[in-house]
Ligand binder design. Sequence first.
Ligand code: SF4
Ligand code: SF4
Length: 71
Amino acid sequence: MPHMITDACAQCGLCVDVCPISAISPGDPIYVIDDTCCDFMECVVECPEEAIVPIPDWEKPVAVSDKEVAS
Ligand code: SF4
Ligand code: SF4
């Protein structure tokens, strides 16, 4: 599930270095996670402020079946 950064962010930058796909960058004023975020969770563990949380209402994209494509 993609994650987001809340207002608890202290702008320390620790999460940036641990994200394996470089999905986190400095924002204004708090850091932001872009929509390439996957489920690695390294940043969640690293954040000293516990400011990184799952996006609450995110729904996993539904794959389109071959049958639906053919009809
Ligand atoms: S590790 Fe946490 S407090 Fe530090 S910049 Fe990232 S989200 Fe903000
Ligand atoms: S959850 Fe994973 S992919 Fe998303 S920002 Fe954190 S480390 Fe990067």
